[in-house]
Design a protein around this ligand. Structure first.
Ligand SMILES: Cc1ncc(COP(=O)(O)O)c(C=O)c1O
Length: 423
């Protein structure tokens, strides 16, 4: 059922590739109804952020209208209601990820903060001079810079798994990099710049054979496929709510309880303590130890509503539908003269990154915008990926389950327009 009460899974529709009605689902997203430059919006910038279904917007409004209060500290009714809603949001996330315990779910501002938390807490307490951290060539800056910062501080070394021309990680090279000095592996599940789905299970298994923990950057995976942190056996998993149809400013760090228990707090303040005196502070239990200060209560409640919405559609359905849409887009874009797809891995999710002969990506983005088609143009916070392909920028169309073949057709039409303008 959608927020408007329809059974999405059973509705026939023209654009429907795997049995759910994207056209109908679009009605749940008010932002998809707006016009840009007088044209209907074709929103293909979902890897940057997704639009919010009405049920998420209504949940936020209801919270601020009827329930607004601080959590964990009040005996009064509204505080109890807010605390209950906040903590049941944690349970909802735990279920989404199939984590074992609610206390393994830490609320953060987003993927970036989750990774920084692990770098500053786990990294600072475990890394010594000469130790090594392994990342990959396709990482977003937020899974590069936090590791550089802590490696610099500790005299540790950052190692990078290379990739081939399709944007696939080279597992043999990874195996060679793993060694006695490796203290942590941090790799994206899905690349935001290329769409590559990395062989994360193998990456985790190979690291675990050497007793090395693995952090998974799940920012781009969580919206597109079911994720099971226990089946993956990852040690940390970071995600962003705003890429999962939820509010901005809220994210999640999953960590195995034994690792989190042993880690020092990341920030100090209210809520993360159980007793404070000027002589000594006793830290709170998990997960509160890592949630200093008033949290983003509305964000958690909105994220829980988004997860419920997505789960009603079904992540398996979403995965199959988007795979079909991606294949359709790949076929159409490949046929455009002078267009080169960047990122042609066998396993991909949600991303069509491309360059056009003789036209800068920013110019492509501008012309597309005038046609109502929203894509991203630039380095996508992945400058090393651009460098690997000898580029400074690409144009990137990125998909969500509310996109349709008609959106892809509009994209292709607008690309032809750009070619015409710059001919
Ligand atoms: C793969 C990947 N990792 C991390 C991030 C950072 O996410 P946020 O800015 O929500 O913290 C992004 C955002 O685009 C991303 O695509």
């Amino acid at each position: 059922m959608t927020s408007t009460g329809r059974r999405v899974a059973e509705e026939p529709c023209e654009n429907c590739l795997v049995g759910f009605g994207a056209e109908k689902i679009r009605e749940d997203f008010p932002a998809l109804q707006v016009k840009v430059h007088g044209k209907p919006l074709v929103y293909l910038d979902n890897a940057a952020t997704t639009h919010k279904p009405q049920v998420v917007i209504d949940t936020l409004t209801r919270y601020y209208t009827e329930e607004n209060s601080n959590v964990h500290r009040g005996v009064h009714l509204l505080s109890q209601i807010a605390t209950q809603a906040y903590e049941s949001g944690r349970t909802r996330v735990r279920q989404l990820l199939n984590a074992a315990h609610d206390r393994e779910i830490i609320f953060t501002r987003g993927t970036t903060e989750g990774i920084n938390l692990v770098a500053q807490s786990y990294g600072r307490s475990r890394l010594r001079a000469g130790d090594e951290v392994i990342i990959s060539a396709l990482e977003h800056h937020s899974n590069i810079v936090p590791w550089q910062m802590i490696c610099d501080e500790k005299g540790a070394i950052l190692r990078v798994i290379p990739m081939n021309d399709a944007g696939e990680l080279l597992l043999e090279e990874y195996e060679r990099l793993l060694g006695d000095r490796t203290k942590l592996v941090a790799v994206a599940y899905v690349s935001n710049a290329l769409g590559t789905i990395t062989p994360i299970r193998e990456i985790i298994e190979l690291a675990h054979r050497r007793g090395v923990p693995v952090l998974v950057d799940g920012a781009q995976a969580t919206p597109h496929m079911p994720v099971d942190v226990r089946a993956l056996d990852c040690d940390f998993y970071a995600l962003s709510g705003h890429k999962l149809y939820g509010p901005t400013g809220i994210g999640v760090l999953y960590g195995k309880a034994d690792l989190l228990e042993a880690m020092p707090p990341y920030q100090g303040g209210g809520d993360m303590i159980s007793a404070v005196s000027f002589e000594k502070t006793v830290y709170n239990a998990l997960p509160h130890k890592f949630e200093a200060g008033t949290p983003h209560i509305a964000g958690v409640i909105g994220l829980a509503a988004a997860i419920e919405y997505v789960e009603r559609i079904g992540l398996r359905q979403i995965q199959a539908y988007e795979a079909d849409l991606l294949a359709y887009g790949t076929e159409l874009l490949s046929a455009v003269p002078g267009l080169r797809l960047i990122g042609t891995a066998k396993e991909k999710a949600g991303v069509l990154s491309f360059v056009l002969d003789g036209i800068h990506a920013h110019d492509v983005g501008t012309i597309l915008d005038l046609e109502g088609v929203a894509v991203r143009a630039g380095h996508h916070c992945a400058m090393p990926v651009m460098k690997r392909f000898g580029l400074s920028a690409t144009a990137r169309a990125s998909l969500a389950f509310y996109n349709t073949r008609a959106d892809i057709d509009a994209l292709v039409k607008a690309i032809h327009k750009a070619i015409e303008v710059f001919a």
